[in-house]
Design a protein around this ligand. Structure first.
Ligand code: FE
Length: 197
């Protein structure tokens, strides 16, 4: 199986001015594509060659000798999930079914946003900030580098906090990028779809 770079679910300029077309073009066309291309090279002719992307991530996790395969497969998966976690019509209020779950988990939507932003801003170095579902409750967690949430946690949405996600637009101000994502871009509908998956 040759893994393909998924198309962005919107135009490169659709998230401006919060994420520029230049950032999105490089992030998708160079960074994400680089992970997919490298993965295809690494797995050609190996036991991973016939597996789905999710299966490659699972099968290569936690083993030093397959760390390069894991890193590229996980980054390919994480980026595809990140594009869908954003929307040109995002931000605003979560749909009612998701709001109920957020309020049961964090007390309020504001508290959820605050906690996700805290996780995103405090993630040291490169990584990801997630909302995940665990035992019927939503939690905010960070993962480093290419790492994905543990198998028992169901990812609902993710924010890329690698510098390549925001540096051209927000320089070193990761908090400004995270706030813009939460205010204007976060795709609550996608998060709700993932609750039911
Ligand atoms: Fe990225």
């Amino acid at each position: 199986m040759i893994h393909a770079l998924p198309m962005l679910p919107y135009a490169e300029g659709a998230l401006e001015p919060f994420i520029s077309a230049r950032t999105l073009g490089l992030h998708h066309g160079k960074h994400h594509k680089g992970y997919v291309d490298r993965l295809n090279t690494l797995i050609a002719g190996t036991k991973y060659a016939g597996l789905s992307l999710e299966a490659v991530v699972t099968a290569s996790a936690g083993q030093p000798e397959t760390s390069e395969i894991f890193n590229n497969a996980a980054q390919a998966w994480n980026h595809a999930f990140y594009w869908r976690s954003l929307s040109p019509t995002g931000g605003g209020h979560p749909p009612a079914d998701l709001r109920v779950l957020i309020e049961a988990s964090f007390g309020s939507v504001d508290a959820c946003r605050t906690e996700l932003a805290r996780v995103a801003v405090s993630q040291f170095g490169s990584g990801w900030a997630w909302l995940v579902l665990e035992g019927g409750r939503i939690r905010a967690i960070g993962t480093a580098n290419a790492d994905v949430p543990q198998t028992l946690l169901k990812p609902l949405l993710v924010i890329d906090v690698w510098e390549h996600a925001y540096y051209l637009d927000h320089e070193n101000r990761r908090a400004d990028y995270v706030e813009a994502v939460l205010d204007r871009l976060v795709n609550w509908e996608f998060a709700l779809q993932n609750v039911g998956r």
